[in-house]
Design a protein around this ligand. Sequence first.
Ligand code: F0G
Length: 459
Amino acid sequence: MPIPFLEPFRIKMVEPIRMTTREERTKTLAEASLNVFRIRGEDVYVDMLTDSGTGAMSDSQWGRLMVGDESYAGAKSFFRLKEAVEDVMGFPFVLPTHQGRGAESVLFQAILKPGQVVPNNRHFDTTQGNILELGGRPVDLAVKESGDPQLDAPFKGNMDIERLKSFIEEVGPENIPVGMLTITNNSAAGQPVSMANIRATAKVYRSFGIPFIIDACRFAENAMFIKMREPGYADKSIIEIAREEFSYADGCTMSAKKDAIVNIGGFLALRDHGLYEQVAEKLILHEGYITYGGLAGRDLEAVAQGLREGVDEDYLRYRLAHTRYLGEVLQAAGIPVYQPTGGHAVYADAGACLPHIPPEQFPGVALADMLYLEGGVRACEIGSLMFSHPDPATGKMITPPLELVRFAIPRRVYTRSHLEYIGDVAAEVVKNAGSVRGVKIVEAPKLLRHFLAKMDWIK
Ligand code: F0G
């Protein structure tokens, strides 16, 4: 069925952006030590660095900002958020946090002991980082198909259920304080997870008595994929599907900066009052009181409203079609793209695009740098720079299966012509792909090094 590419909104307010010259960009990139995170937003023309916190809020969300209740404790706005979370996700207990990683941090601080293990289909970098920082071990158990960029399958974000079972038996459930599942699977090219897989993952965790927490940032895009691809869901509403996704879990960590379309905010939602109380203590110390958790009352209002807008079917249909279109544009430009395109982003296979650059010379960084130089397009490496880390148990380097560059699409922000422009820029980069050099790290922190690393071209 063709998906209509129709924006269910129109533009009410604009933000000027500026095209730079090649000379300016060369200087900017050198000053940024080849790390696109170090480039100023105003020096970027089309910014696909992230879909997180970069969305355009609706008129209703901006309206809600004016009625934010800024009471320190018990603000009306908190109860509006709590109601929205309960309605859309079905969890009775909500702890607001400043963003998704805040929810991860307080959850793990409350329940994770050094040496313990947290399985996931694929941990996002902050989840991985939060676990490592507490002396835990993050383990990725996505299906093997997720590592095949050309395989066209509907749910490549799935958990490998058999591996999960044998892994838990191997390390012992007593060493696993919580089991996770990330929907959609951001680190595996934004691929969705099927309802059957959510159910099966929950069953495994439950059979071992392990609490099951969903990393829910893009649960609505995941629900739309289920509606479009999984038998039995075509006639269900998104909110019904979303509620079912969460019905199998004990809670979720949520970055509201994604599918709740706000510029800042997140929360931890839970079913169990005991766990809620355990985390609440950590929340007060690290984020803020239990009814605001590091956010202003107005932010809570915007999240509550955005959570409902995020599950609008017309919006989601447009959203997935928009993303798929960028995938088609890049393919046509000669950039090998991970198939099928995910929900929030298109992942270029930098390893295949620049086969002469080995993983330890970061082909993803090289491709992202060339896209910036060529046309002021900012995309982000999701490969060895972001994910390689020594295994805390063995000290051996763990490397990701693919070297990708992610074009993450801000929600309700860019038009079809911006996407076509990215295609034009990519085509120019492809023309000279053979002469692109790899990069080396000059300076980098240990944890989450991709944000701050300084790099140089290999001579
Ligand atoms: N989990 C997933 C799957 C994510 O994609 C992110 C953020 C987080 C957790 C953390 O949320 O940023 O609000 O603290 N992803 C962004 C990205 C940053 O660009 O993919 P946060």
